[in-house]
Design a protein around this ligand. Structure first.
Ligand SMILES: N[C@@H](CCOP(=O)(O)O)C(=O)O
Length: 435
């Protein structure tokens, strides 16, 4: 498998180098030179395969031998050891539940696969790997659990102070060992900018072996393709012949993975990129003007991203042709009031509690159905996080209906371990050098 930089199409690095570098020096993002189509027979018969079997076939197809089959099997069976069911709702739509992993968010797919791949590639006696990650809520917890105790790694998580939910904060800050947390007085975009700047800083790169666990790292994105294929497998078993995915979108890694899956031959009729008030992409799709803007805080905090990192990858997949992209991707934006009302409507119609991000994806389905009356495709909205991560959002009987999983109960009372920093690169750099 060879990868290029979105800023330099003739660059060629192998998978291991892309995983450890995270970002090319030219500040582009790595993309595979070839995204081979999966065998048609496999896709036609996908309904007979399990999630780990699908994950293996998909990973092998894209990695092209970068990890030998036996080792890839081991990595996948260890990493993807939780289900991702498609659940039919009373209103005729389907919810793809991606929150059954240890951190209760879809990020477990990427973080667990990535940590095992890095550990596989790390050789004994090599310099410690310093993993930097910015989070607006869910990535941090998944990365913390994915890397906790992984020999030869040290993780630093940056999160925006006061802008993640209390459960998310506990997931990030109570691990100890090789996991360190910094609360940054700023937004997620500030955290992401600090991490990106660290990769281009000569002193830091001399002293540390830095890598990123955000979806800018290609090894985070590949495993997120697995659940799209697995959803299609479940829909085929239900006799469905067409699918539309509505994806709650912030940093655009999730929908980016869906588009990679589509490139590999997954027959998707349409993707809906559903955002909150952080609407950089819907505005671009509508107007052609891409204007990154400071993120604003919403109830769907993990999607509070004003400058989505993966957008460049998505444009690249479509040769920067907005019209071609618009044939497959529709952008919708929804406000907090609509989100809260969607949570109430979903509960009233289905007795189902959706987290705010999930509710936005459901709203995407509703908007599509209003626009295209008589749509026959299965409408699947992605549920990216367990509702218990957002207790402040729910009231009354909805709040009472939220089940609290064991791993959240266990977090109660654990002391927060985080240091505070301003959104200032020199302060961050000093912290890294002194610690
Ligand atoms: N929504 C994310 C933001 C970081 O995105 P990533 O997919 O690049 O890790 C979060 O929950 O932290």
């Amino acid at each position: 498998m060879k990868l290029y930089s979105t800023n330099n199409p003739i660059l060629e690095v192998d998978f291991k180098e892309a995983v450890f570098n995270s970002l090319p020096q030219d500040k582009g993002l790595y993309m595979p030179h070839a995204i081979p189509r999966l065998d048609d027979v496999f896709i036609s018969n996908i309904g007979q395969y399990t999630l780990p079997e699908i994950a293996f076939m998909v990973a092998r197809n894209v990695l092209q031998g970068a990890i030998p089959d036996f080792d890839l099997h081991t990595i996948i069976n260890d990493a993807i050891n939780f289900p991702a069911p498609v659940v039919a709702l009373e209103d005729g739509s389907y919810v793809l539940e991606l929150f059954h992993g240890p951190s209760l968010a879809f990020k477990d797919f990427g973080a667990r696969f990535m940590s095992r791949v890095m550990s596989y590639f790390l050789e004994e006696g090599e310099k410690e790997l310093h993993v930097l990650v910015a989070t607006s809520g869910d990535t941090g917890g998944a990365v913390a659990l994915g890397f906790l105790g992984v020999a030869g790694t040290k993780v630093t998580i940056l999160y925006p102070k006061g802008k993640v939910s209390p459960v998310q904060e506990l997931q990030l800050t109570t691990n100890g060992h090789n996991i360190h947390a910094i609360e940054v007085d700023g937004t997620f975009d500030d955290c992401q900018a600090l991490v990106k700047q660290a990769f281009t800083d000569a002193t830091l790169n001399e002293k540390f072996r830095l890598t990123s666990a955000n979806s800018i790292n290609i090894s985070r994105l590949i495993p997120q393709t697995f659940y799209y294929f697995n959803a299609w497998s479940q829909l085929r078993r239900l006799g469905k012949t067409e699918v539309i995915f509505s994806v709650p979108s912030g940093n655009f890694g999730n929908i980016g993975a869906g588009l990679l899956a589509w490139k590999m031959g997954l027959p998707v009729k349409q993707f809906i990129a559903a955002t909150n008030a952080n609407d950089t992409v819907p505005v671009f799709l509508e107007s052609g003007v891409y204007q990154a803007k400071p993120s604003v805080q919403t109830w769907s905090n993990a999607m509070d991203v004003g400058n989505p990192s993966n957008w460049v990858r998505i444009m690249n997949l479509f040769n920067n042709d907005r019209d071609a992209l618009k044939d497959l991707v529709t952008g919708y934006k929804f406000g907090d009031d609509e989100t809260v009302s969607a949570i109430e409507q979903i509960f009233a119609a289905n007795n189902y509690v959706a987290c705010p991000h999930t509710a936005i994806a459901w709203l995407g389905v509703q908007r599509w159905k209003e626009t295209y009356a008589g749509e026959n495709a299965a409408m699947v909205f992605l549920s990216t996080a367990h509702p218990c991560k957002f207790p402040d959002v729910f009231k009354g009987e909805i709040a009472s209906a939220v089940e609290i999983p064991e791993q959240v109960k266990e977090l109660e009372g654990k002391p927060k371990q985080a240091i505070s920093l301003p959104a200032d690169f020199e302060a961050f750099k000093r912290y890294l050098l002194e610690n």
